[in-house]
Design a protein around this ligand. Structure first.
Ligand code: FE2
Length: 467
């Protein structure tokens, strides 16, 4: 999310002083890169620290980037960066922005992501760079599935923020996405378009409007919007691959199967990536392609290999459940079980906020994917929100369950899936397919051989993702 390079000339000195030095200039560019999802943030932070070792914010941002990577392997990097920031803060007085970052990093070190987000948000009103603190907080809440609180924070920042702040447009972009996740699509779209008008490099705002168009099934407009902004968002960092993912989904919804597959191969697969967001993009698109009856050849293999290698990774539950879908897609049930066992373990030993998300959401969903127990009704009601990620991304889990329920003749679960989807988005072709399955199930019939089959059930040779 945050491995990104500023293309805008630095417009401010950063939170550490008013006289731009080489280090501060690099830090300012890194800060802007974080806001815009630009490229090379890590390199810019390194340059800032190399030029000026006691830049507290540079060390701190390194720590946040490591946490927000969603990779447990980077936890030591995050801890070391937090410690370096603390040491730097001993040599000079911390600014209010830096104090908020330091305290938030300390909370992250204890696994308290939501408390860390709260500390950052509390610092926004007095911050020299309110948009940056808000960006970090929103990233944490996005990953821990608390966009409702993120919406409160972005709304306050929009309401009370300085509209003349050159970064205020990025606040609008964050607010647009949070509004869209809450279903307030009309306001979200207006806000997102306003954000893009202020900062054409605001990839998050381009993305927020794409979500609105996806939610409202305005497919043609979605293609037009993403293509229209391509000259801007395609210059951003790794997050650009998620925009390509959205474009592929729009193409798929209009029958553009070849376009979607071509985008998968050219822009989304990213076999060398170790970013869990790339994993989720790949899994989500491949599953949807197969669900639409489109052969994907051997494309699952590389994705499943990666999922197998990462089956003990639980830093981001949203990604862990995507890995299970990939492993079941290639019928590696044992690795999928091991992935869920790792999730279960972190549910016993992790921070309380992680334990809640595991017990209330990740475990019931994971078990349903494995087809071992019933009981997904409760987490289904909030559309698996505590896993993190977006409504559009988590729609994958609803669809997997819906298709599995149809195959298993579980009318009650299928009806629930349809009802939840209808509460989240405009009716689409998927709804029609699932509704047809529900009607057949109500008649006591089974899907005909020529009808779309549940993807996981089909691949798993009948063992099925559901009881
Ligand atoms: Fe998205």
């Amino acid at each position: 999310m945050l491995d990104t390079v500023s293309t805008r000339p630095e417009e401010r000195s950063g939170p550490v002083g008013s006289i731009p030095s080489a280090g501060q200039t690099a830090l300012a560019r890194a800060s802007h890169g974080i806001l815009a999802h630009g490229r090379g943030v890590g390199d810019l932070l390194d340059a800032a620290i190399a030029a000026e070792g006691d830049l507290v914010a540079a060390h701190a941002l390194r720590g946040f980037c490591a946490y927000l990577s969603g990779r447990s392997a980077l936890r030591p990097v995050a801890a070391a960066a937090a410690q370096a920031a603390e040491v730097a803060a001993c040599r000079r007085d911390a600014t209010p922005d830096e104090a908020a970052m330091l305290e938030a990093l300390a909370l992250l070190g204890k696994g308290a992501w939501l408390a860390a987000a709260g500390r950052l948000e509390a610092g926004v009103p007095a911050a020299a760079q309110p948009a940056l603190l808000l960006k970090l907080a929103t990233g944490l809440r996005f990953m821990r599935g608390d966009m409702a609180t993120a919406l409160l924070a972005t709304a306050a920042a929009v309401r009370h923020g300085d509209r003349n702040d050159p970064d205020h447009g990025y606040v609008l972009g964050m607010h647009a996405f949070a509004l869209g996740e809450a279903g307030e699509t009309e306001t979200a779209e207006a806000c997102g378009r306003a954000a893009v008008a202020r900062n054409a490099d605001d990839t998050w705002a381009w993305h927020a409007v794409a979500h609105v168009l996806e939610t409202e099934a305005r497919v043609g407009e979605g293609i037009g919007w993403i293509e229209g902004g391509r000259g801007h968002w395609s210059q951003s960092g790794d997050f650009r691959r998620h925009l390509w993912w959205h474009l592929a989904l729009f193409h798929l919804a209009t029958g553009g199967e070849e376009e979607a597959l071509a985008l998968y191969d050219a822009e989304i697969a990213a076999p060398a990536s170790d970013d869990p967001r790339d994993e989720a993009n790949a899994v989500g698109l491949l599953w949807r392609l197969e669900s639409a009856g489109i052969p994907v050849g051997r494309r699952w293999e590389a994705v499943a290999d990666r999922a197998r290698a990462m089956r003990s990774e639980t830093e981001w539950l949203f990604a862990a459940l995507h890995r299970m879908v990939a492993l079941l897609a290639v019928r590696d049930r044992r690795a999928a079980e091991e992935s869920l066992e790792a999730v279960e373990a972190v549910g016993r030993t992790g921070h309380p906020e992680m334990r809640r998300a595991v017990s209330c959401t990740a475990l019931p969903l994971g078990r349903a994917l494995l087809g071992t127990v019933r009981g997904v009704a409760a987490p289904l009601r909030d559309a698996f929100g505590p896993l993190g990620g977006s409504v559009a991304q988590r729609d994958l889990f609803l669809r997997v369950l819906g298709e599995g329920a149809a195959a298993a003749g579980d009318r009650a679960l299928l009806a629930q899936v349809i009802a939840v989807r209808r509460g989240l988005r405009a009716q689409d072709q998927v709804d029609a397919l699932l509704s047809a399955s529900l009607r057949r199930t109500a008649r006591g019939g089974r899907p005909r051989p020529d009808e779309p089959q549940p993807a996981l059930t089909g691949r798993a040779g009948g063992s099925g993702p559901l009881p």
